[in-house]
Design a protein around this ligand. Structure first.
Ligand code: FES
Ligand code: FE2
Length: 463
């Protein structure tokens, strides 16, 4: 690409980013930002290169040597616990010629041996040795050779990694959203634990589409999942027992992350957990967090950029609450590999009857679940049409205006400590798209912030 076409591309990318920033204030956005091959490399650098990205749960790495392959953006990392109990995330790239040294998805090992020339690393990232070391590397500074490592921090058992060496602490990045993570992942004293291996599947949808969907889009359920919801299996209690359904629905968003939830009037709902849950409650919860958890029916939400969650009573009405973490791994423009974890409170991890109820969450949301293919078909269609040249040439705008200005008198802003520190509205799940706007606002802020950098390789002229 010559200098002038590169400048044109540079200008065009910035134009899309900046017009997204101004359009979102009016509840609109350029549809061309989905499945966009020009924006995608910037998303990897400016969002996934800078943000705290969910990588796994501490319960998956209880023993020294436990490891699993996990991604930040498209970068393959090996998340592991070393022999001293410390967690690390190493880039799966040997410091000799860059070969991937880990060939399994997960396992337990004290060392990683590169399959190319045999350099071997301890699971703390330091070099153990290599073939013919004493003859071939007599003057090697072997202490200087350590695996490249992401920054790691945890909150309530959730492990987040960051590629950028500088940036806010995880708690600062999560901000007020920690209040809700306390309720969702720290409601019992022992915390949550992952059951089994996470599911993984690839689909042709943009990671932003699914993060948006899980952030608070109940509006789609009535249409996208109508057929499933009319079957006997999924139309039963307890949803029908909520007399004021959907009046008891709320949206809460902080400046970057968002959640939607349904509450009952009954303070002892506890997402459908067995009665013993009250014996296990975490004394660290505030009175408001305790009450919110007690009245909770179902929660879902998204932590920017690509972690989503579900926690609550299943719509089938069999009583077993289900907790699920989703991660939307970008795999090229308009393509995502989903990783999906099932979690339960540790106190119930050996309760077979509880597990068999909870396990049924996979029946609705998993590759073989009744609702998953409904969503995927729609999300892939968005990816297909968003790449249309028409959107680019005609500057087509999508709509996220629900809940803005005079759009509805249904949505009320709530000032009540029961709902925590975020901005909260009632009935927002059906009449307010503020959570979706929050995601795009976060996208804009991260994409735009570094666009001023002179050192951004994407903005250099291509040869
Ligand atoms: S690339 Fe790993 S040992 Fe050579
Ligand atoms: Fe859905």
């Amino acid at each position: 690409m010559n200098r002038s076409s590169s400048d044109n591309k540079h200008g065009r990318i910035n134009e899309i980013i900046e017009k997204t920033g101004s359009a979102i204030n009016g509840g609109r956005y350029p549809l061309e930002i989905m499945n966009n091959s020009d924006l995608y490399p910037l998303e990897l650098r400016r969002i996934f290169g800078q943000a705290w990205v969910y990588m796994g749960h501490v319960s998956e790495f209880e023993e020294p040597g436990d490891y699993a392959r996990r991604y930040i953006g498209e970068d393959p990392f090996i998340l592991t616990r070393d022999e001293n109990g410390e967690l690390h995330a190493f880039l799966d790239s040997c410091m000799h010629r860059g070969a991937q040294f880990c060939t399994a998805e997960n396992g337990n090992t004290s060392h990683f041996r590169c399959p190319y020339h045999g350099w071997t690393y301890k699971n703390d990232g330091t070099l153990q040795g290599m073939p013919h070391m004493s003859e071939a590397y007599q003057d090697l500074d072997d202490e200087e050779i350590t695996l490249e490592e992401a920054c790691l921090e945890t909150y309530r058992g959730l492990i987040f990694g960051r590629i950028a060496e500088e940036g806010p602490s995880l708690e600062a990045y999560l901000g007020d959203f920690t209040w809700y993570l306390d309720v969702l992942f720290g409601a019992t004293e022992a915390g949550m634990t992952v059951v089994g291996e996470p599911h993984r599947w690839e689909s042709s949808h943009d990671w932003k589409t699914s993060a948006d969907n899980f952030s608070g889009d109940s509006y789609h359920v009535l249409t996208t999942h109508q057929a499933g919801l009319e079957t006997e299996t999924f139309s039963k209690d307890p949803w029908e027992e909520l007399d004021d359904f959907p009046a008891a629905s709320y949206l809460a968003c902080t400046d970057r992350h968002s959640i939607g939830y349904y509450l009952s009037e009954d303070g002892e709902t506890f997402m459908g957990y067995p009665e013993e849950i009250t014996d296990y409650l975490n004394p660290e919860l505030s009175a408001e967090q305790r009450e919110l958890f007690g009245r909770s029916v179902f929660h879902f939400g998204s932590v920017f950029p690509n972690m989503s969650l579900i926690h609550g009573i299943q719509s089938g009405g069999w009583g077993g609450p289900w907790a699920c973490i989703r991660k939307w791994n970008p795999r090229g423009p308009g393509t995502t590999e989903t990783t999906s974890w099932w979690l339960v409170p540790k106190e119930f991890a050996d309760d077979e009857s509880f597990l068999s109820d909870s396990h049924r969450g996979w029946e609705s949301l998993s590759p073989g679940g009744a609702f998953e293919s409904d969503d995927l078909t729609i999300w892939e269609g968005i990816s297909n049409s968003s790449g249309a040249v028409t959107h680019e040439l005609r500057d087509t705008r999508g709509n996220m205006q629900q809940g803005m200005g005079e759009m509805t008198d249904e949505v009320d802003t709530i000032e009540d400590p029961l709902h925590g520190p975020a901005d909260v509205t009632s009935k927002g799940l059906y009449f307010d798209e503020r959570n979706s706007r929050t995601i795009l606002q976060s996208w804009y802020e991260m994409m735009s912030e570094t666009s001023k950098s002179d050192n951004d390789p994407e903005m250099e002229a291509e040869p």
